[in-house]
Design a protein around this ligand. Structure first.
Ligand code: TRP
Length: 339
């Protein structure tokens, strides 16, 4: 009886480029919260390896990172029994729908993408076609699963907008085919800034200001001790992101890992100054990441288990993706495949 009245869960989907180890910003700002979405939503997360090769990769590294990132996501709380976790290239429908949507995405639209402009400035020697048409593949990723929501950061909002435009365009031409997705803005989720440049988001391109979940306790401790605090003379732990971005970022991190409120933190560190606060944040982060790092390490050496996870994930994903692709092929006028 229960089953019959149960409504279909909304679909949530996001892709992650296997371009490096997860850092504290990824964990506190995104993955930790995703883990809690599984009850409410039907969630798909994949390693976006097709996207990664728009920038030159070392093949062995890409292969290793795709699997080790999967382990890290699981260790951060994404339960493979409750979420569909897979590797993008294992579901060939992504590449196929990507091609089709290329033909429904305009040159002008792609030219306006800020990520393309940024990446082509950074990789001037390799401005390839894939880098340019990347958003059409991303639209395919999302639309294949009829996703309702896409949890993404600020940097991907423009791509999500384009996905909506492409979906609407296709639907207008051929009738309802794709669910038009919305960006998912989490209720909670800390925006973690760099420890060395608190004005910028924590990013792996700035290793000194970036704490990786696989960093050793010694490394984490060192990075927090060197964290940039503010040049005011107060030396007082107080939350004020505009005037005290460094300390406020540390407070954000501390609050996220300990669950304490800003008031409680200010109270606990009243009169103690930055010298006491920085190592305390470091210690709290070490403790929060310890089980995640240990679990990731254990899983990375359990290749069989990870293989089972991504096999099962790809099978589940394929079942959904195939249905959408079949519909699309029919709509655009392809002859039905006889075998
Ligand atoms: N473009 C995203 C990034 O660079 C990764 C990505 C690929 C993605 N496909 C996606 C994110 C689909 C959300 C949905 O971070």
């Amino acid at each position: 009886m229960e089953q019959q009245t149960e409504v279909k869960k909304k679909v949530m989907l996001s892709g992650i480029q296997p371009s490096g180890d997860l850092h504290l910003g990824n964990y506190l700002g995104a993955v930790k919260n995703w883990a809690e979405l599984a009850e409410e939503f039907d969630c798909y997360y994949f390693m976006a390896d097709l996207h990664s090769i728009t920038v030159r990769q070392t093949p062995a590294d890409l292969r290793r990172r795709s699997v080790s990132q999967l382990a890290q996501y699981i260790a951060c709380g994404l339960d493979p029994a409750k979420n569909t976790l897979f590797i993008q290239s294992h579901v060939h429908e992504h590449a196929e729908l990507g091609w089709i949507l290329n033909c429904y995405t305009m040159f002008g639209e792609l030219s306006r993408m800020t990520q393309f402009k940024d990446k082509s400035a950074k990789n001037a020697e390799n401005i390839n076609g894939g880098l340019f048409t990347y958003p059409a593949l991303m639209a395919a990723d999302i639309l294949l699963y009829q996703a309702d929501y896409v949890p993404v950061g600020e940097d991907q909002k423009q791509h999500c907008e384009l996905t909506r435009d492409v979906a609407i365009r296709f639907n207008n031409l051929y009738g309802e085919t794709f669910k038009v997705p919305d960006p998912y803005i989490p209720k909670v989720g800390a925006r973690i800034m760099s420890l060395s440049v608190p004005g910028s988001k924590m990013s792996k391109s700035d290793p000194q200001g970036c704490v990786f979940i696989m960093d050793s306790p010694e490394e984490i401790s060192r990075k927090f001790k060197r964290a940039v605090t503010d040049s005011d003379t107060e030396n007082c732990v107080h939350f004020d992101p505009v005037n005290k971005p460094g300390v406020s970022n540390l407070m954000n991190i501390y609050a996220a890992v300990t669950g304490l409120s800003f008031e409680a933190i200010e109270h606990d560190f009243a009169g103690k100054g930055y010298g006491a606060f920085k190592p305390a944040v470091g210690d709290a982060v070490i403790e929060a990441l310890r089980p995640i790092r240990e679990e990731s390490t254990r899983m990375i050496s359990d290749k069989e288990y990870l293989r089972e996870v991504y096999t099962d994930g790809a099978q589940r994903a394929t079942a959904v993706a195939r249905k959408t692709l079949r519909k699309v092929y029919k709509r655009v006028g392809f002859v039905e495949k006889p075998f």
